[in-house]
Each structure stands twice: as structure tokens, then as C-alpha cells.
Design a protein around this ligand. Sequence first.
Ligand code: GSH
Length: 242
Amino acid sequence: QLPDGGLQLTLYQYKTCPFCSKVRAFLDYHGLPYEIVEVNPIMRKEIKFSAYRKVPILLANAGSPLQLNDSSVIISAIKTYLISKRKSLEEIVSFYPPMKSVSEKGKETLEYGNKYWLMLDEKETKRIYPVKEVRVEEMKWRKWADDWLVHLISPNVYRTPREALASFDYIVREGKFGTLEGFFAKYMGALAMFIISKRLKKRHNLQDNVRQDLYEAVNEWVKAVGKHRLFMGGSQPNLADL
Ligand SMILES: N[C@@H](CCC(=O)N[C@@H](CS)C(=O)NCC(=O)O)C(=O)O
């Protein structure tokens, strides 16, 4: 599937971050080789080069080096590139502009325009999405994963002190931490996230029993896929499945 010369990809990640996992699922499914740079979440030295301070970041070299930010932008841009061999990756990325907005409380947030939209021409659209509703459905559920599903994770995995500790044990084991750093990160992180997760629960209007929201979300997804197809994408996963 790769255009001539291929794509050189480097993923800057925290292994256990859901947004990074989503990008890995996408790259792995498409058989795209990539190098991983695990970022130390305390100092974040590995992404010092970047003004964008979150992970995942994907450095892509398709002739010239390019930085892609935000998991959904990364997925939409690379997918577009794989389908539309005419456009340069640079051009494609320019269709997902960063947009700053300021919340009522004066907090600045960065969002990317069009991030669930693949930049296809008419012919490509007909080939990839012969039925218009399929494209709309894929976008709807990708957005659902970012705006709803992902917000259920922290309140669920840091629900009790014991679960917060178990989660941090896993995060420290899989992530990039120094020995002493890891020890402190585990206990301080678990305590901090136990407290923060209660705030997140309020912010996202979760039920008292946060497990219930998780079960309902999963049921909602299973129901949307229905009984007559293996994946939302049909016989193969689409971007919503991934
Ligand atoms: N909308 C972004 C969200 C990425 C995000 O929030 N990443 C977290 C890790 S899960 C992060 O890097 N937070 C900043 C930090 O840890 O310093 C995406 O989809 O990639």
C-alpha cells in the first residue's frame, strides 16, 4: 500500500495512553512500520523539540519531515495519504488546522479542524465510501470515542484507592520511569488520580457508579454495530472500530 519511498514514521508515546494506543492500532492494522519513542511523563525531555506538549506525536518523513499532532488528526491524515497517492502528506496535514479557543473560565485549548474527515476527491470517496451514511456513521463513532468513551477510563481505573494503585503499578511498569521516580510516581500518581478522577466524574456527568456508564457505553457500541456485521466497517474494521 505504500507510495514509492514509503513513509518513515516515529511515534512519540506513553504506552498506556489511550490516544497513543488508538494510533498504534491504526498503524498496526495498516501494516505500517514505525519506531516508538517512549516519553518520560515527568520530564518529557523526548518531546522537547515540540511546541505541542501532548502525546501522541507522529513524526512522518515522506520526502520531507513533518510533525503530526493529535491521535485523530494523525489517523485521518495518514489514512488520506494511503488512499490518495496524489497529494503530499504536507498538503494533507494543512487541511487539519490547529485552532485555539478560550473557555469561559479563560482556559486556552487547542483543537484541530476537520479531524474526523478524510480529504478525498469525488472518485476516491465513491471507492472508499460507496454509501454516504457509512462515512457519517464512522465519523460519529470516532467522535464518540474521543468525546465520551475515553472520559470513562480515568473514573473507572482510578475508582478506588486499590484500583488506582493497581492502575499506576501497570502504568509505571509499562512506561518510561527511573527506579526511584517510578516508586514515587506510583504512590503519588495513584493518590493524585484517585482525587482527580472524582473531579472528572463530575465534569463529565457520570453516574455515581461509574462502571454503569462504561457498561452502557460498550452496550451502545455493540448495539450500533448490530448483529449482521462483524465490525462497524463490515467484514473489516473501519476507523471507528480501530
Ligand atoms: N486530543 C489529543 C489528546 C492527547 C492527550 O491528552 N494526551 C495526554 C496523554 S493521555 C497528554 O499528553 N497529556 C499531557 C501530559 O501528559 O503532559 C489526542 O487525541 O491525541
